[in-house]
Design a binder for this molecule. Structure first.
Ligand SMILES: *Cc1c(COP(=O)(O)O)cnc(C)c1O
Length: 471
């Protein structure tokens, strides 16, 4: 039989070179967000695949003109929505190269150096947490997968197959929804979840946590896992980790810390102290595609005792103890078998920038948030609803003559106006049942002017809103 004549490589090479040249020399001032026009959406929605195919150039051009420009630009200097993704070009390089080799990162047999690097990076991150000795972990696609992996390990450690239906998990009303989703995925029912209220600083109320645990114990239930947030997505606040860890220790409950966003502040010199106590967790989620400046998708689940992951995820835990000179079979530490080598791009970024520069970049986000807070304090009618915590501020325009609902509508409207204008990605969230404007400023390329001009625009939109509604 004759080989198929596979002729695409040369065309891909040329397209790749042209792309890199155009991408790195692009000087257009892209909006923070763009939505594709209706015709474009209709075109893609109705598109089919031809029998004879098309040229690489034509298809690449379609992506460049009609797909990539119409995004919420996560690395825009005024992208303040959700948790932005200001990925470093170094991560991009590591990603592109790793994908070029299509590295299969399930185990040492497939990728000896890459597996060793993954283990080495995990151990370094574990040290940042303060885990020692037996710690381990695995790279996963994101915080959602990290949380899922963590709550499985917690369930399996505390519950037996016979009493799974009695397990109870404690979260706060600020816990990221991915945790609740993970708990339902693995079979918990709504009746097995306890939403612990938060205090005025949006932190889990430790006293109420303990009351709920006592109540559940007296009802014959089995307190299984506490989810502490180390940097909530809404406000960046950290739950009282020592207080929660004391309770977890005294009742023998698994402590999972969701640090998907906030764990990166372990690398900060000015913010690290807020994470004191994280070393007492059993498992920690940590997103690298948020504040470690990685491209999607890149996150880690790290546990205090690697054996706990092996117990949950290894088909044959006893045989999978470090084979081949201390190497690890990552498919025995988590859910995935075939995986991209997500650790390599983070390793490359850390190797090139060095840890001091990482610290500076992480710290910088908080400095920007503090500038935002200061700027708002000089402007009339603006209330700081949540102070600058881990580079996040929440604030609200309160017109003195408006009802709460009218001010809710005003704040929703001004955020929508600034997003629709393409100037900045700024969205609202709800805190203590009020609509508030939220800014997360994690991009090292964001300037003071980006912060101040965004706030000035919001202020102008607020005044225009009031003028339009007083007619
Ligand atoms: C972003 C986030 C998640 C979810 O992470 P993904 O990477 O989007 O799956 C979970 N928890 C917290 C606190 C987050 O900020």
């Amino acid at each position: 039989m004759k080989n198929l004549n596979l002729s695409e490589d040369q065309a891909v090479y040329e397209a790749a070179l042209a792309f890199i040249d155009a991408y790195f020399n692009d000087t257009t001032d892209a909006p923070a967000r763009s939505v594709a026009p209706d015709e474009t959406i209709a075109y893609f929605a109705n598109q089919t695949f031809s029998k004879e195919g098309r040229s690489v150039d034509a298809v690449v051009q379609e992506l460049l003109t009609d797909v990539y420009p119409h995004i919420l630009k996560q690395d825009h200097t005024r992208a303040f929505g959700f948790i932005p993704g200001p990925a470093s070009k170094l991560s991009w390089l590591g990603d592109v190269m790793t994908q070029a080799f299509n590295v299969h990162a399930s185990n040492w047999i497939n990728s000896s150096s890459a597996s060793t690097i993954e283990e080495n990076v995990i151990q370094w991150l574990a040290q940042q947490i303060g885990f020692t000795g037996k710690a381990g972990g695995v790279f996963v696609s994101g915080g959602s997968m990290a949380n899922l992996t963590g709550v499985i390990a917690g369930r399996d450690k505390i519950l037996s197959e016979d009493n799974r239906h009695l397990g109870v998990v404690y979260l706060s009303d600020q816990t990221h929804h991915s945790v609740e989703k993970a708990l339902y995925i693995i079979g918990y029912t709504r009746k097995q979840l306890r939403f612990v209220p938060t205090n005025n600083a949006f932190q889990m109320d430790v006293h109420q946590l303990q009351t709920m645990i006592e109540q559940d114990l007296s009802n014959g239930l089995v307190p299984t896992t506490i989810i502490a947030s180390a940097g909530t997505t809404n406000t960046g606040t950290v739950d009282p980790l020592h207080g929660i860890a004391d309770i977890a220790a005294s009742y023998g409950i698994w402590l999972h810390v969701d640090g998907a966003y906030g764990a990166s502040f372990l690398l900060s010199t000015t913010q690290r102290h807020h994470l004191a106590g994280i070393e007492r967790a059993d498992s920690v989620s940590w997103d690298a595609h948020k504040l470690l400046f990685q491209t999607y998708s890149c996150a880690m689940i790290i546990v205090k005792d690697k054996q706990d992951l092996l117990n949950s995820f290894s088909a044959t835990p006893e045989y999978l103890q470090d084979i081949d000179g201390g190497s690890v079979d990552f498919s025995s530490l988590g859910i995935e078998l075939t995986r991209p080598a997500r650790a390599l791009k983070l390793w490359l970024t850390l190797q090139v920038l060095g840890t001091d520069e990482f610290s500076r970049r992480v710290d910088y986000g908080q400095t920007l948030a503090e500038l935002g807070e200061l700027t708002l304090s000089t402007m009339e009618n603006w209330e700081i609803v949540s102070h600058a915590h881990f580079a996040i501020i929440n604030f609200r325009y309160n017109h003195p003559n408006y009802s709460k609902e009218e001010n809710d509508a005003l704040n929703a409207s001004i955020a929508k106006s600034i997003v629709d204008s393409g100037f900045a990605g700024v969205f609202t969230t709800e805190l203590k049942s009020k609509t508030v404007v939220r800014m997360c400023s994690t991009n090292p390329a964001t300037s003071d002017h980006d912060i101040i001009s965004t706030l000035n625009r919001l202020n102008t939109y607020a005044q225009e809103y009031v003028a339009a509604h007083s007619a």
